[in-house]
Structure formats: C-alpha cells, structure tokens
Write a protein that binds this ligand. Structure first.
Ligand code: ZN
Ligand code: ZN
Ligand code: FE
Length: 753
C-alpha cells in the first residue's frame, strides 16, 4: 500500500545537518518527496510503500545526526501523489531558527581529515562540519546563516563552496566551513603584539618547554596556558594572575595520558570523550604527578580532552597543559583580540592567536560524576544555550540569578534558556557581560520577558538590574534557598511539596538574616522554613567568608563562652586582636547573623587548623572533606529543638562543638574529626527528614545548595535517605551551586503566575 506522510520535526534540527540526513535516508529507501526548514522546525513530505515509510520514520528518530536534538516528531497521512525523486526545498520565507546548537568538539571524521596528509585539510586547525565545531560562540543573530556569524568575512573557496552546496556532503550548509585556502589562520605573537614568524606549533612548543606562559585563543575566549609539569611555570602563572590555591584545569592529549595521573571510571571516561567535552573533576592517582601548584592540597584534578582541532595540534607534543580562563583575578574571560593584548600582556609571554573572531565569551563547563549521576558544576561551553525543560507558562520570564557564579535564565513556552557561566557579579566588567548577554539572548531567541525574577538580596547587582528593568514588567522576588529548591524540582518535573535540604553558603533570608542551613518544605509555588541551623554572628561580615577563623571564633564563643575560649589552645591560631573583634561582634557591629551551612563547615575546618584564611570560596570545606579518615563510631551529634513560637525546629550545633573541643584537647587526629563532623551532618539530614515525614507524610527529599558540592556529604546523605525509604532528588543538569539559581527563580516565577 503506497502512502504519503507529512512530518514535522521539532527541536535542534537546523544547522546540524538534519536536511542532508533526511535526504540521504529517503534516497537509500528509494522514497519520494521533499524536506525543508521552516520556522517551527523541519518539514518533510515523504511517500512510497508502507513498509519503507515505516523504516524511514524509525531511522528518522533513531539515527539523527549527532548534534540534533529531537524534541518531537508529528506525522499525518495526506493524499498519495505518485511522484518520484526526493529533493531539498528552499526554506520558507521568514525563517526563524528557534534553537542554536552549543559548540561541539571536533567529530571523528573531521579529526581524520585533519590527520590525513593527503586531505586538503591536513593539519588545518579550523576544520569542522555540520556534525561538529563552533556554533553558539560565533553566531551573532538568527537565522543561522554564514553572514550572521563571525565567519562572514571569509569567502568560501570553490572547493568549500561545492561542499557547502552538495546535499550528500558532510559539510552541506555547514556555516563555519573553512579550509587552509579560504578560512581563518593561526599566528604567533610576542607580548608586545609583534608577529613572530615560523611554524606556530613549534613556536608554541618551545615557549612551553621554556616554562613560558601562553595566551591561547580558543572557542569561547582566551586561555592562559603553561606546562602543568613545570612547577616554576605554574607558580609564575599564579603570581601573575593573582590566583592563589584555587585549582587550575588541565588539558591532556588523550584518555591514556589522563589515566596516568587520575583514576577514571567508565562514566567519567564517557564524559571526558563526550562531544560537549567538559572539564571533569577526577580523583588524582598516587604516583606520577603534575606540579604541586596545579591543584594544591586538593585530591581532585579538573581535566579535559582537546575539543577543537587547534587544541589537538597544540597538544601533540604535550603531556599536560594548564588551561585556565584568560583573565585577571575575578574578571570575565577575555575573548576579544584587542582586549586580550591589553589585559593579558602582563601575564602571558606570548600569544597563540587566530583571525576568527569570537562573538561571545563562553567558559569551559565543569562536571563531576557522583552518586550515580553526572553533575554539572558549571554549565557553559558545550551545553549552553541548549534549553532545559520547563513548565509551560504564557508569559516569558527573565530570571536574573544570584551574585556568585551568576547565570541568567530566559523562558519561552516549555523551554528555559539558561545562559552560559557569567561569573561573580562583583565588578563592572562582569556586570557589563551580564547585561550584554541578556540583550543578545532576548534578540536571538525572540523573547521579550514580561516577568522579571530576582534574588531578595538588595545589594546583588542582578537584583538591582531586575528592579531597574525598563517597561511594563512584573517583578517577582524569590528567596535564594527557595530558588535552590525549585531548581531541583524543575529539573525533575516534580510539583508536589517535598522536604528540601538546602545546605548553602549564604543567601538573603526573609527575616533579613543570612540563611544557608535550611530545611524547607514546599514546592515552586510556596515553602515554609521547617528547620534551620541556629544563628551565629559573622564577625566582620563578608570578611568571615574569606577568613574562616572568624567563624570558628563565633561558634566556639557561642558554645563555651569567651572565658572558656580564652583558656583554650585553639586561640593560639587566632590573630591577637580576636577578643576585640568578639567585643564588636557582640555589640552587633558588622556582624550579620547567619544560619549558613557553608559557614559551619568553614568553622569546623578552621578549628582543625585547615584554611585559617582561604583564597577561594569553599576552600576550607573542600580541604576538610578531603582530610576525612573513616572511623567506625562516635559521629558528632546535632540537637534538634522545637523553635519558640513557630512549628519549626532549630538545629543546635553546640553539642557538635563541645565534642569537637574535647577531641582537639585529647589530640584526636584531624581525619577522624572531619569524619565525625561529616557523619553528624549526614545523620542530621536523616533525622530531620524522619521527623518531617512523620509530621507531614512527605517522602521525597530534594538536595540543593553549594554545600552539596561536597561529594562525601552528598553520597553519604543520599545513601542513608534511600535506605530509610525516601526518594531523593538532586541537581544534575544545573549546578547545585548558585549557577542554578536563575533556573530555580524562573520556576518559582512560573509557579506564581
Ligand atoms: Zn566534523
Ligand atoms: Zn576553502
Ligand atoms: Fe546559594
């Protein structure tokens, strides 16, 4: 029985080789009809014998090209026409790509082209095809055509043009298509901007061997690069970049090399090799080592494989290169050439560059595999701007995110476009980047938000931006930890109330205090604060985040009193003026109250002599986690008390510090103390959930907040909760840290509409 079908395919199906795929599929089955791009996706009409049509439909979804993401396929029988031949029709007028693919790593076919001495792209660093290469970072506007990308000034040569127009070619309509004749070229400059002649790869290799620092122009910005086995080079990079202790990411040429330095399980290997090519946090292996300064006092190492042809060529003679964002201190990654020379010349000895402009910055993504899931800690290159699923609302929402690790989120129908990593919104450059990207996203995806969601913290620049947003918009303030909770629920598509264990650094609470050790019960619509860590002052305010000894002072003084503390040997590690500081703190001067779980971890770490001062957020907690030596008994214990005048609970940490002080006095090893504390938090999580389950008959627990980046804590908590019969939800597609806040804010705003 012959039959004709009209098929509509929606999703990421344009600019990813979908039409050529349909074309060759139809030809291989001898079917007739046509395919074309349209505003809503790809339209197909196909006719032929019933069984072949069935085959066609099967392969259409099961063998789609690698960069395609099919969200839906709908089909309808229409009258059979008895035509012959299958063609690609020109796009409908007013075409509007709705989705843009993320930047993807070079595909195996292109890599083979580049490694084949007889191929015209032999060793060509900008080789790509419809299955791979730059997208998001070169697209200026839509529809996605070459003139709308930063490739517009490179005119295709005859050979490339022929590929571009041949439906059977892998480079059919590959907008960034290029070759050595017509495409971008590499160059090597010294740090005065002078061109150095010679083979760029040899120049780069010899500079790296000499221990020099290279600024390398990549996909979404400049990296600062040096030999990760050269201690002096790494030290030099740290001092020039003003970046202390915070681990550097490393690029290694292949999986075998990575396995020399790190433990890699199957899931991690899969992540490393994936087309998205994130940085994967791996356990360091004993034995062969990189320079100590790469990731000092850290048991983990962030590693990635090469992802562009340029990186493959650069890595040919290398074992491990530091590949860290090209910026000074906390500024956003440098991505424009003139800016690179002015900003990075004081750090880099030379520049490995090219003349393909980068349209927007996009940092590397970071992922860790833990508790059976790949978890994004930074969702950026390779992932952005692929939309996340979202509960459909009629009005579009702009969620402005938090302050640290900022991202923003724009929604349209059932899609949430989460931005790439913007950074810490604490300096002008980052704020500019934030504002500029919001404008680009709105234009690119044709979204004009009618609802603006923001954090309650009045001092966050993202909050100020939201409240100053022009035009007739509705603004919705979202409590920080409610946003964390909602981010997990939105990811999981859950709408009924759950118990949320929101363990975080700090976020602005509805009582004006800084929350962060919160047990919330609710969903995206509303929540109640079922329990929280008892408040303590943060001596000196935000300074206490960078100097964890201040938090130790606060908790200890609150536990044993200032006289008791004075007699304790712990104070020998405090600066001499600690008593003065405590006096001003008690008067409430520059001493906001916090219930932050992150601050509690800081305090315990500082008591153990870890991280008296830290150089990046979470450093003390990370070092505490990694010092754990498992014990068999005697975990510390929190006390859970009924809160006065509410039906909530207060989590009292005094018993924890009393035991901790005893342990320190008796000379207990730090590894045991770290274990006892972590187990106390895990037990606390279970205990509070059991209490709330009894009271409210809720059996689902959601974990979110920056503290859950602590893998020991997360794995331990998930395990005990599951054993007790709870269903446990946690972040994986969006970060559990503040990178996921905007997505959660959007979910809350949608639920409020
Ligand atoms: Zn390719
Ligand atoms: Zn060419
Ligand atoms: Fe947070």
């Amino acid at each position: 029985m012959p039959r004709r079908l009209a098929i509509t395919v929606k999703g990421i199906v344009q600019g990813v080789g979908f039409r050529p795929f349909v074309y060759s599929l139809a030809h291989s089955l001898n079917l007739a009809g046509w395919v074309k791009n349209a505003a809503i996706g790809v339209l197909i009409e196909i006719e032929g014998p019933d069984s072949d049509i069935e085959q066609f439909c099967h392969y259409l979804s099961s063998q789609a090209p690698p960069l395609a993401r099919i969200d839906s396929i709908s089909q309808e029988d229409i009258p059979y026409q008895g035509i012959s031949g299958f063609v690609i029709l020109p796009s409908d007028g007013g075409e509007r790509d709705t989705l843009i693919a993320p930047d993807m790593a070079i595909c195996p076919e292109c890599l083979a082209d580049m490694r084949d001495p007889n191929n015209r792209r032999y060793r060509y660093p900008f080789t790509n095809c419809t299955n791979c290469g730059p997208r998001f970072t070169i697209i200026e506007s839509l529809p996605y055509d070459r003139p709308a990308t930063t490739m517009r000034d490179f005119t295709l040569c005859d050979a490339c043009d022929a590929e571009y127009h041949d439906p059977m070619n892998r480079r059919f309509h590959a907008q960034p298509n290029a070759c050595p004749v017509c495409g971008p070229q590499m160059a090597f400059n010294n740090n005065e901007g002078k061109h150095v002649s010679g083979d760029v790869w040899q120049l780069a290799d010899s500079a790296l061997k000499k221990g020099e620092i290279l600024a390398v122009k990549g996909l979404g910005g400049y990296h600062l690069v040096c030999d990760a086995q050269n201690e002096q080079a790494v030290k030099k990079l740290r001092s020039r970049k003003y970046r202390w202790d915070k681990p550097f990411a490393v690029m290694m040429p292949n999986i075998d090399t990575i396995k020399r330095f790190c433990l890699v399980n199957d899931e991690e290997e899969f992540l490393l090799n994936s087309r998205r090519r994130p940085i994967v946090l791996l356990q360091k292996k004993k034995g062969e080592e990189l320079a100590f300064e790469v990731a000092p006092n850290n048991a983990r190492l962030g590693v990635m494989l090469p992802y562009t042809p340029m990186h493959y060529l650069l890595m040919e003679q290398q074992i491990a290169l530091i590949m860290t964002s090209g910026n000074i201190s906390d500024e956003p990654i440098v991505y424009q050439d003139d800016e690179a020379f002015s900003r990075l010349a004081q750090i880099a000895d030379s520049f490995l560059i090219n003349n393909r402009p980068i349209f927007r910055r996009c940092d590397d993504s970071v992922v860790v595999f833990a508790a059976d899931k790949a978890r994004l800690l930074r969702r950026s290159r390779g992932y952005a701007p692929e939309p996340l699923s979202f509960n459909k609302v009629n009005q579009s929402i702009l969620a402005c995110g938090g302050e640290q690790k900022n991202t923003f989120c724009l929604t349209k129908g059932k899609k949430a476009f989460l931005s790439q990593h913007i950074g810490d919104l604490e300096n002008l450059a980052t704020l500019e980047s934030f504002e500029k990207e919001i404008a680009y996203f709105q234009k690119m995806f044709a979204i004009s938000p009618k609802v603006i969601a923001y954090d309650l913290h009045p001092e966050y620049l993202s909050t100020k931006y939201a409240l100053d947003y022009p035009g007739d918009v509705k603004t919705i303030g979202v409590q920080h930890h409610h946003a964390h909770l909602a981010s997990v629920l939105a990811e999981a598509g859950v709408s009924e109330p759950v118990i949320g264990l929101i363990f975080d650094g700090t976020g602005y609470g509805t009582d004006g205090h800084l929350w962060g050790g919160e047990v919330l019960v609710g969903n995206a619509v509303s929540y109640s604060r079922a329990a929280h860590l008892d408040y303590v002052p943060m001596p000196g305010g935000a300074k206490a985040i960078r100097e964890p000894w201040r938090m130790a002072l606060s908790y200890l003084a609150a536990t044993i009193g200032v006289e008791g503390l004075g007699k304790h040997s712990l104070v020998k590690d405090f600066p001499d003026n600690w008593q003065l500081l405590w006096q001003t703190t008690q008067k409430g001067i520059n001493a906001p109250l916090t219930s932050g779980m992150g601050r509690l971890f800081d305090a315990v770490a500082a008591c153990c002599g870890i991280g008296q001062k830290v150089n990046y957020e979470g450093q003390a907690a990370i070092e505490l986690e990694q010092s754990i030596i498992p014990q068999t008994a005697n975990a510390y214990q929190f006390a859970i008390k009924q809160e006065q005048n509410t039906d909530g609970y207060i989590i009292d940490w005094r018993p924890v510090f009393n035991s901790l002080i005893e342990d320190l006095a008796s000379g207990q090893i730090i590894g045991a103390i770290a274990w006892r504390f972590h187990e106390a938090v895990i037990n606390l999580a279970l205990e509070i959930c059991l209490i709330l389950k009894e009271k409210l008959a809720i059996n689902t627990v959601a974990l979110s907040g920056g503290v859950w980046q602590n893998i020991y804590l997360m794995e331990g908590t998930i395990k005990v909760l599951r054993e007790a019969g709870f269903e446990v939800l946690s972040n994986s597609k969006v970060p559990t840290n503040d990178g996921g806040i905007s997505y959660g804010q959007a979910a809350v705003a949608a639920a409020c509409l």
